[in-house]
Design a protein around this ligand. Structure first.
Ligand SMILES: O=C(O)CNC(=O)[C@H](CS)NC(=O)CCC(=O)C(=O)O
Length: 270
């Protein structure tokens, strides 16, 4: 594993596939110009709209999102995470899928979101992700990159389930992806704390690309795409506007923190 720059992209996706891909490409280019070799896109990067519209367009969203990730990774010669897009299971359901693509356009890892956001929030908004999304059943994978470190996948609401990240740590993760479309309401109180907790308890880097701002109707996301170091320090925060959070992933720092705080070695139960 070498020292390198990684980017967490922050965007405001809307119910328009082509528009979102244009925005995503601009932000990837911005990150690459600043030297990022690993660029992560948020959940719903290619489409954020009503459930029924998402299902109607799912086949096109899936194929164009995948093609986009492969093309852009090759063009810029970087590794890219597509943090979540719908891949059809049948006419009614999709998997919320995260896909990691290498610089040759090759698939490195894939994950289907396991924990679905079925929640009635006190602000009156209700979310029923399972009405259109089929839950994945497999623990996420860790992709062992010799250059970028061991990369662990997850998506958004998963962040509330620490056992998933403990599994990734057990499998050797150095960097964990938490791509999100966190709601503005929960995000203001929970987002940063949950991310820092996952970083600290697993002594891992966290890359958390995010959605921000108003997408359609009442749907609004919290923003604050972040890069967090293994001590829990926030290295970069994209604020609440579209942009990129970029920081160094440094194996020397990782080893230092794990020496100073060897809690992973002191695990008793898992
Ligand atoms: O709706 C889609 O198109 C795709 N899925 C999402 O945006 C998902 C489910 S609604 N969002 C979250 O998981 C937010 C979690 C969150 O905000 C929290 O845990 O507080």
């Amino acid at each position: 594993m070498k020292s390198y720059l990684a980017a967490a992209v922050q965007m405001t996706s809307v119910p328009d596939l082509e528009k979102n891909l244009v925005q995503a490409e601009e932000l990837i280019e911005l990150a690459v110009r600043q030297g990022a070799e690993l660029v992560t896109l948020p959940e719903n990067f290619s489409y954020l709209g009503r459930e029924e519209d998402k299902i109607a367009q799912a086949a096109a969203i899936a194929s164009k999102s995948e093609k986009f990730l492969r093309t852009v990774a090759q063009r810029f010669q970087v590794t890219i995470l597509g943090g979540g897009f719908p891949v059809p299971v049948d006419d009614r359901k999709v998997y919320n899928t995260a896909l990691l693509i290498g610089p040759s356009g090759e698939e490195l890892a894939c994950y289907q979101k396991v924990h679905l956001f079925d929640v009635n929030l006190p602000d009156g908004n209700t979310y029923h992700e399972s009405s259109t999304v089929q839950a994945g059943t497999q623990l996420p994978v860790v992709y062992p990159s010799t250059e970028l470190g061991h990369l662990g996948l997850s998506i958004c609401y998963d962040v509330r389930f620490p056992e998933l990240y403990r599994h990734l740590a057990y499998k050797g993760a150095d960097v964990m992806f938490i791509p999100a479309a966190f709601t503005a309401y929960t995000g203001k109180d929970h987002w940063q704390i949950l991310l820092q907790a996952r970083a600290i308890e697993n002594t891992c880097y966290i890359l958390a690309p995010a959605q921000t701002g108003k997408h359609y109707a009442l749907r609004q996301s919290h923003g604050h795409a972040m890069v967090i170091d293994p001590w829990g320090v926030i290295l970069a925060d994209a604020g609440d506007r579209p942009g990129v959070a970029i920081a160094e992933i440094n194996p020397v720092r990782l080893e230092q923190v794990r020496r100073q705080m060897p809690s992973l070695q002191h695990r008793v139960f898992v």
